[in-house]
Write a protein that binds this ligand. Structure first.
Ligand SMILES: C[S@@+](CC[C@H](N)C(=O)[O-])C[C@H]1O[C@@H](n2cnc3c(N)ncnc32)[C@H](O)[C@@H]1O
Length: 255
């Protein structure tokens, strides 16, 4: 085992022994679609959330936790190469559509209640948000069966991915890590980021806020410190996208 891998395992083990909540109950249960709130963003949003340059688009990209986003579909239609992985890809398109139908209105209602925590500019209202998200998710649903056959949508799950070391140039992870800091432990975050760094030269994570509270994730600082200690290059970068107020930064991690 490489020296760096050993250091990573030791760091994660010591975090497990720290006083952060142990998430064995939440993280070891089998994955259930009813626990997922499928909510997919478009390629245009990904480009701004991750500050993707024209050259970035040409890279071998993994969209980790891609869910029902239309990024893969739209990129593929424009001739770019993206693989998306997510545990929901084990379900059929019909099952995912049903789950979207069951949750969509609830999300919009939730956004209405927390109206002031969003920037209503490009997306003008909770109703408009529903239309924009459904347009992206409909593109995903149409593309999903073809993308499964082409190996563009793979069932895979953090914190352990089945990809080879350096198989990708860039991993993108949107609205999973940090967003669910209230449900996913610090050891899960660290192990997931280290794993994404194993499969690509660079990892970008967006946003750095916790979902409903809109606060910067309390895990951000300790995670950055741990990654520095492990020898990773870490940078917080401003991006030209802000829907959740204050959600206009990404975390960039490189080996
Ligand atoms: C809020 S959605 C974000 C979807 C997409 N990235 C976007 O921004 O439009 C979060 C996604 O993370 C996926 N997910 C949950 N646990 C995961 C894990 N352990 N590894 C990878 N993806 C996971 C969920 O299935 C869901 O599709």
């Amino acid at each position: 085992m490489a020296r760096k891998d050993l250091k990573v395992l030791e760091a994660i083990a010591s975090l497990k022994n720290s006083n952060h909540r142990d998430t064995e109950d939440t993280e070891k249960v089998s994955f259930k679609l009813e626990n997922v709130v499928p909510w997919g963003r478009s390629m245009q949003e990904y480009v701004r959330m991750f500050d993707l340059s024209p050259d970035d688009l040409k890279l071998k990209i993994l969209d980790c936790g891609g869910g029902p986003a239309s990024f893969n579909c739209e990129m593929n239609r424009q001739g770019y190469k993206v693989v998306s992985c997510d545990p929901i890809y084990q379900f059929s398109a019909d099952e995912i559509v049903q789950r979207i139908r069951d949750t969509c209105q609830k999300i919009i209602d939730g956004v209405r209640v927390t109206y002031d925590s969003f920037v209503w500019q490009d997306i003008q209202s909770p109703e408009h948000l529903g239309e924009v998200r459904m347009a992206a998710m409909n593109k995903f649903i149409e593309d999903f069966p073809v993308g499964i056959r082409e190996g563009r949508y793979l069932t895979d799950e953090l914190p352990v991915l089945s990809f080879n070391r350096s198989q990708f140039d860039l991993v993108l992870c949107s609205h999973l890590l940090f967003t669910y800091s209230d449900q996913l432990s610090i050891d899960f975050h660290l192990a997931s980021i280290v794993e994404m760094c194993r499969v690509a030269k660079e990892v970008r994570i967006f946003p750095l806020l916790v979902h409903f509270s809109g606060e910067t994730s309390p895990l951000l600082e300790p995670i950055i410190n741990n990654l520095h200690e492990l020898g990773y290059k870490v940078e917080i970068k401003q991006v030209p996208y802000e829907f959740q107020k204050g959600g206009n930064q990404l975390l960039r991690v490189r080996s």
